[in-house]
Design a protein around this ligand. Structure first.
Ligand code: UT7
Length: 333
């Protein structure tokens, strides 16, 4: 029996964004804002919106997973587990992962959702990797997807410019070599919970005429306070995972950051000592898709990656939650 530790690797990635493009110029017609303000403060030019009746986050997840199964030539019946990171589940229950499993024909899979806001994908990826490392699961799909437009007030200029809809999914399998997920650091601080939240709709404040009148079913965020925590913690945790694994900036091929604000990403890259050529961005075209940003970024830049490339994933979000994950990319395109 080999004593070698099993490692999980990403063996495929696929993303999906809806067709409708909500541009900064269209937002200028909805609220008192400008392309100039949005670009200089956030780096966002446009975002995608899932239009139509009865279109929940599972629609995004199903597109991602179907594409992933096709691309990796995987039979849906061979999937053991689907984990979906989201804060905009179709319903509070059943889990969105369960709905996705049903719609893609993953009849031998079970699943659950992870609620960690913008850090959701890193939380879910590290969770998924442990089922592979334990040797109990062979094929695990991790989805990060959010339909943020379902909780946005399009008369609130502070928030409506920031978010968009989209998602991505990765397939995790046992690694055949030293590549794959090497390490991760996860943190949370519940004392920051009320600075970025959805106030109503849970057991604390179930939906009522009052919660609707108060617009409590829309995202609430104290932007500049969250910004300060995000800048510090995302940079700290990215530096910490590098130090812990004896990586210097030359060893890092790419930073794959959560895409909430270009200024937060720049601060993280600066602290890591990596130049802009190593920082993967798609905030300009999708905005903040919450759990969707990192897998969407992996999908957008997949062709750039070479086997053995060291990637650092990093995120900060509601909760507060934050984390970083170090992986060695496992395949060439
Ligand atoms: O992904 C999860 C974690 N979330 C984040 O990481 C978001 C963190 N926060 C941020 O990215 C930034 O704080 C924002 C982009 C949300 C806001 O940028 P800011 O530089 O912190 O601006 P601010 O909130 O301090 O607002 C500055 C001014 C205010 O006007 P007054 O009070 O100074 O007159 C706002 O009312 O900008 C105003 N403002 C806007 N102006 C034009 C706020 N939103 C807009 C807007 N268009 N859309």
């Amino acid at each position: 029996m080999s004593s070698k530790k099993l490692r999980a690797c990403i063996s495929g990635v696929h993303g999906y964004v809806p067709d409708y493009i909500l541009t900064n110029s269209e937002l200028e017609t909805l609220v008192d804002t400008s392309d100039e303000w949005i670009m200089t403060r956030t780096g966002i030019k446009e975002r995608r919106i899932l239009k139509g009746e009865m279109q929940g986050t599972s629609v995004l997840g199903v597109k991602c997973v179907k594409g992933l199964l096709e691309k990796t030539n995987t039979d849906p019946k061979d999937i053991d587990l689907i984990i979906c990171a989201t804060v905009t589940p179709d319903m509070l229950f059943p889990s969105t992962s369960n709905l996705i499993a049903d719609k893609v024909g993953a009849t031998n899979s079970y699943g659950f959702d992870i609620s960690a806001a913008c850090s959701g994908f890193i939380y879910a990826l590290s969770t998924g990797s442990q089922f592979i490392e334990a040797g109990t699961h062979k094929k695990v799909i991790v989805v990060g997807a959010d339909k943020m437009s379902s909780i946005i007030d399009y008369t609130d200029r502070k928030n409506c410019v920031l978010f968009g809809d989209g998602g991505g999914a990765v397939l995790l399998e046992p690694s055949k070599d030293e590549t794959g997920i090497q390490d991760y650091l996860l943190r949370s601080d519940g004392s920051g919970g009320d600075m970025l939240c959805l106030k109503a709709g849970g057991s604390l404040r179930p939906a009522s005429i009052e919660t609707i009148k108060n617009k409590e079913h829309y995202i609430y965020q104290e932007g500049s306070s969250v910004f300060k925590f995000a800048v510090t913690n995302m940079a700290d945790i990215s530096e910490e995972i590098m130090n812990k694994n004896n990586l210097n900036s030359d060893d890092v091929a790419y930073l794959v950051p959560h895409q909430a604000n270009k200024r937060i990403i720049d601060a993280t890259a600066k602290r890591m000592g990596v130049g802009p050529e190593k920082v993967l961005l798609n905030i300009e075209k999708y905005g903040n898709t919450t759990a969707g940003t990192i897998p969407l970024c992996l999908w957008d830049y997949e062709k750039k990656f070479k086997k053995g490339d060291n990637l650092i994933l990093a995120a900060f979000g509601g909760g507060f939650t934050w984390g970083s994950l170090y992986l060695k990319w496992s395949y060439n395109n």
